[in-house]
Design a protein around this ligand. Structure first.
Ligand SMILES: Nc1ncnc2c1ncn2[C@@H]1O[C@H](COP(=O)(O)OP(=O)(O)O)[C@@H](O)[C@H]1O
Ligand SMILES: [Mg+2]
Length: 245
């Protein structure tokens, strides 16, 4: 009898471990309210799979940014649970969340968030210096140059962001997000400020990074072209998941 219990416990553990290997972040029954009476997120559960592209799709105001920010530990839900590689991280302090974000996550935003007073090279290097303070300046610079070369932006390294096109700015943001070699990249409306051609180039870049480097992406967007590269899609409407694929 005891042996049977042990065996079934072992099987449960194996199942749990297998799940932990494929699910990086899971959110369970997440609720978030900003204004009394309207729920930005209403009992949302979602899992982010390792090395996949998860797209959160929905119209403006449906709760995409709220959900992305909660999954990325930028914001806290009112209720519900978040796990990272199987561990409950719902109760982390802001400082502990910042350490995880810094070590594991990269971010890409609709409005790029590049620092206008810094050159392209400096914009990518600053977060790298914060993340790896003990590496030498030359090591940082080599990393930045390699990234810029990957995106054919070597000749832009001394430019200031206001001299770049939207597409170039977003490629620099991608370089910045990749600099610290994060496991997961969160992108909030990454094509929201791009023309059609730059948007389609960015979508190809994301697919390439996923396929060749195994980067996990979580993308909040209303751009249905992301469906072409999505491995998982979560459809949001009015703070609720209305469909999954
Ligand atoms: N900081 C905030 N304060 C008050 N209401 C907010 C705030 N952020 C978002 N909301 C509201 O929450 C809902 C979901 O917003 P959001 O997550 O930004 O949606 P989406 O990214 O899909 O456009 C919307 O009704 C929005 O007005
Ligand atoms: Mg949004």
């Amino acid at each position: 009898m005891n042996e049977r219990i042990e065996q079934s416990k072992e099987m449960n553990d194996t199942g749990k471990n297998m799940l932990e290997n494929v699910m990086v972040i899971s959110a369970f029954n997440i609720t978030k309210t900003y204004e009394p009476g309207t729920k930005a997120l209403d009992n949302v559960s979602v899992s982010i799979q390792k090395e996949k592209i998860t797209v959160i799709l929905g119209p403006s105001g449906s709760g995409k940014t709220t959900l992305l920010n909660i999954l990325a530990l930028l914001d806290k839900p009112d209720s519900g649970k978040i796990t990272l590689e199987g561990k409950d991280i719902s109760m982390l302090s802001e400082k502990e969340a910042a350490i995880i974000r810094n070590k594991m996550f990269g971010f890409v935003f609709q409005f790029f968030h590049l620092i206008p007073e810094l050159t392209v090279e400096e914009n990518i290097m600053v977060p790298l210096m914060i993340r790896n303070p003990y590496n030498s300046f030359n090591e940082h610079r080599e990393r930045v140059y390699n990234l810029l070369a990957d995106f054919h932006l070597e000749n832009k390294k001394n430019q200031y962001p206001n001299k770049l096109s939207g597409g170039e700015k977003q490629k620099v943001s991608i370089c910045r997000s990749l600099a610290g070699n994060p496991n997961i990249i969160f992108a909030d409306e990454p094509t929201g400020n791009l023309d059609r051609e730059s948007a389609s180039e960015l979508i190809s870049i994301i697919e390439h990074l996923n396929r060749t480097k195994g980067k996990t992406f979580v993308i909040a967007t209303h751009n249905e072209n992301f469906l072409k590269i999505a491995t998982n899609v979560v459809y949001l409407s009015g703070g609720k998941i209305i469909n999954r694929e």
